[in-house]
Design a protein around this ligand. Structure first.
Ligand SMILES: [Zn+2]
Length: 308
């Protein structure tokens, strides 16, 4: 890189870094050097979608993390592409706008061009989220799912606690590897984000992706991780939740049979159960949901992402 130091852009970057490094006692350098790059996939981001961030830093760094839309994001290094990557997402409720991703990195100690200790460097880039309009549909289900009895209500309340407990015990490290795979090979019967009105009265947003599969179809784990929930719930029916690490979960609803139990480690493609129509379902199908740090994201977009 030394032979390029007289290139004007590089020279500006070099000067800025030198100036910042001269500030006595400064632990953070806000680098405006052009050599930070932030690339997102999909390139057009809408509310309700996952996003893959790929970042290159102006100097080799030991760690990289970020804050975006109030979420803490930990990056992993991709040695093949020499860049850092992380999955994140924008909730359905995110208003259209430009939201800064605040990147923080720590350089390696003792780099010839830098100070003797590892140094904190940071960068900010605005990421645009555009508005996606989702359709609205009317659906009919058994009356108990829109007007639950007191006993059903107790069950619903208990399920809420069960899920909250499961969502608390997440693996901080990344367990997923590579692209996410389809859990079943079937036609899609309903997409993510649809505003549903059940029996003309109860409104609910469809926070997953439905596959038209008959009962008894094997369902596969979309990626590797750990089973944190495998039990019957009121609305979800027989439900499996896989923790892929870093706050990312996949959920599989309405199963007729479980092939895994809570605590099991699963690999991508491993059967986790058989499809069915248990819980609040209009008929047999598989509902796949993707949850990231408390936010439901469009599974179709995640399944299309080419991931390291
Ligand atoms: Zn569904």
């Amino acid at each position: 890189m030394l032979d390029r130091r007289f290139h004007p852009v590089t020279l500006i970057a070099f000067t800025l870094l030198s100036m910042a490094a001269n500030v006595s006692g400064a632990t953070s350098v806000h680098s405006t050097a052009a050599r930070w790059t932030v690339v997102i996939r999909p390139a057009r981001l809408v509310n309700g979608t996952p996003v893959l961030f790929r970042v290159t830093t102006p100097r080799p760094v030991r760690t990289l993390s970020a804050n975006w839309l109030g979420h803490e994001i930990a990056f992993s290094f991709d040695a093949i592409h020499k860049s850092w990557f992380a999955l994140a997402g924008a909730s359905l409720e995110t208003k259209p706008g430009a939201y800064p991703i605040q990147l923080r990195a720590e350089t390696f100690a003792g780099q010839s061009a830098g100070p003797p200790d590892g140094q904190a460097i940071s960068f900010e880039k605005k990421i645009r989220v555009e508005r996606q309009r989702y359709p609205r549909v009317q659906l009919k289900v058994a009356g108990r799912y829109t007007a639950p009895s007191p006993e059903d209500q107790r069950q619903i309340e208990q399920d809420r606690e069960t899920k909250a407990d499961a969502f608390k015990t997440l693996s901080p490290g990344r367990e997923w590897k590579g692209s996410f795979a389809l859990p079943v090979s079937a036609e899609i019967s309903d997409v993510f984000g649809v505003e549903r009105v059940f029996n003309g009265s109860v409104q609910s947003t469809h926070q997953g992706l439905d596959f038209r599969v008959p009962s008894g179809t094997p369902v596969a784990a979309a990626n590797s991780g750990r089973v944190i929930l495998a039990r019957p719930l009121f609305f979800e029916g027989n439900c499996v939740v896989i923790d892929h690490g870093q706050g990312l979960l996949t959920l599989y609803f309405h199963l007729s049979k479980f092939s895994v139990k809570e605590g099991d480690d699963v690999s991508k493609g491993q059967p986790i159960g058989l499809s069915g129509g248990t819980g609040r379902a209009t008929g047999p199908h598989l509902h796949l949901a993707v949850r990231w740090q408390g936010v439901y994201l469009n599974p179709q977009v995640l399944l299309k992402l080419n991931l390291p």
